[in-house]
Write a protein that binds this ligand. Structure first.
Ligand code: ATP
Ligand code: MG
Length: 180
């Protein structure tokens, strides 16, 4: 399973719809300061359900919507789609490709889609549980994250090992069942 495609429209500095296609292996993104490199990784976190504006380097969630420039009007919504290659069937879904979409209007509500069907963020979280993908998964290692892992409490570190071992979903189901 690997990240195959990322589409951004109205997200931060991406006023035009752009499509980034990734191959298997390593991809490096290079460009001048302020050209939008970090906005790409913010887009990945956001589509995976990030709710923390601080982690998205903003002060309110609306900051992810293109705010306009001296020559261009602001946009009213932001949409990011992330496509994973699932031809290995690593995710228990019959499709060879999985596209996760998040859309948000200035009013603030986010809509989520799995392969173009509306769903809840909860459905996306459950699908990606134990894969390392997800806003808190180990597939996104930001600046300072390694230090955080090394210096964190053993209970917090345990989270990471449980995700890697693939037992988070069982714990989650147990908790859900106990709530009922
Ligand atoms: P560096 O090399 O300095 O890390 P970078 O390539 O990572 O730079 P980003 O932080 O991704 O750059 O992009 C910053 C740019 O995105 C700034 O010019 C900022 O004005 C623009 N930007 C951020 N949010 C919005 C928004 N909502 N609307 C329009 N532009 C935005
Ligand atoms: Mg940057």
């Amino acid at each position: 399973m690997y990240l195959k495609k990322l589409e951004l429209y109205g997200f931060k500095s991406f006023a035009n719809k752009i499509e980034l296609n990734f191959e298997k292996g390593v991809t490096a993104v290079v460009g001048p300061n302020g050209s939008g490199k970090s906005n790409i990784s913010d887009g990945i976190k956001w589509v995976l359900g990030e709710q923390s504006v601080k982690s998205l380097r903003g002060s309110k969630m609306e900051d992810v919507i293109f705010a306009g420039t001296s020559t261009r009007k602001p946009l009213g919504m932001s949409e990011v789609s992330l496509t994973l290659d699932n031809s290995s069937q690593a995710l228990p879904i019959e499709y060879d490709e999985i596209t996760i979409t998040r859309r948000m209007y200035r009013s603030g509500e986010s809509e989520y889609y799995l392969n173009k069907s509306a769903c809840r963020l909860k459905d996306i979280r459950e699908l990606l549980m134990d894969t390392g993908i997800g806003k808190d998964g180990y597939s996104i290692i930001g600046q300072g994250k390694i230090d955080e892992i090394l210096s964190s409490k053993s209970e917090d570190r345990r989270q990471l090992f449980e995700e890697a071992a693939g037992i988070v979903k069982y714990k989650h189901r147990k908790n859900e069942a106990e709530k009922k």
